[in-house]
Design a protein around this ligand. Sequence first.
Ligand code: TRH
Length: 376
Amino acid sequence: MQWDIFCRVVDNFGDIGVSWRLARALAQRSPHAVRLFVDDWDTLRRLLPCAPAVPAPFVDSKVSVQPWAVAEAPTTLADGVIEAFACALPPIYLAAMRDTQTPPVWINLEYLSAEDWIEDCHGLPSPDPATGLAKTFFFPGFTARSGGLIREPDVFSRRDAAQAETGRHQWLAAYGGADVSASAQWISLFAYDNPRLVPRLTDWQISETPVVLWVPEGTVWRGLMPWLGESHAAQTCWQRGALTVCALPFLSMEDYDRLLAMCDVNFVRGEDSFVRAQWAARPFVWQAYPQADAAHVDKMEAFLGRYLTKVDTANAAVIEAMWRDWNGLGAQEQAWQRFSAALPTLRQHARQWCDQIAATDGLVERLVKMVQPDVK
Ligand code: TRH
């Protein structure tokens, strides 16, 4: 089966991050051939430095990556067309879909949400007014009645290798400064601008346990640099009390997954890193992508509602306080101290949650079953 995935980058890395993971996971499932059309080559190259410097088709991990312009000229049609995040297909491609005898299956991949309403919309066809073709809504999610989560077949073997005894030492050999401790509390930080960053840094600075904070290149440095009183240089570490801050380059996806697997706590954001933190099976704090009308708060609360179902009341309150504090819903007394003290239990829970959400089909399996219900 031939798939075409279309991705326009709205901002940041989530649009392309999710599209690339999906394309790669789909292409790994022979006999699916996948083309990925991308409109923002510079952002693509941050994630895939192997891409040519100027937009041109190339193949990586069995995915044929194409500049958007290729689909703005006549090209072959796929059997399955995925429009990531309602990005609007190129008009000429859409017209070809309308005019062909057997149009492709047309899927609109939506944003991930833990909210209940997505279950009623997942899988619903909607007629496109311009062409009369049916477009089916596909909602990634955490329940059996949603579209599931992207999970590659090797995600847990890679995680387990990173969590083996040698994992941190291998990481330090590649990225660490000479003085970075492998036995400290390791935290990764990937976040939007966040007024709660400085209180957190202060918590870590005066922590009783040494803390190593790994921070890949990105917007969060805007808040970090003034606090450190330094200018940013990649692969440098700074010591502030009990806290060692280590700057990382923007990592390959594989190394970012590896970092998440090795850390004791991960601060993640948006959509894809949020999912990856769950596969890492370590306690995490999610900064939801800020939206108008505080829609992100509903998303966060909906996720917590599911995530905390099997957590006792006291630990649930600890996680809720930490997440609400980090998402700007009011400073919570001793949020970090309580979270840190509960880490052994929270780690067990993170593992149990990961096993629970991995017990059902992943997104790719659900997508293929939706499109080819008769194929085993
Ligand atoms: O970058 P994000 O904030 O992306 C998005 C977009 O803003 C999108 O428009 C919005 O709607 C969505 O969030 C909810 O966060 P996200 O989704 O976690 O994407 C980051 C990607 O970058 C993810 O695929 C992991 C990857 N990554 C690396 O490959 N290396 C790194 O060093 C880091 C920090 C991330």
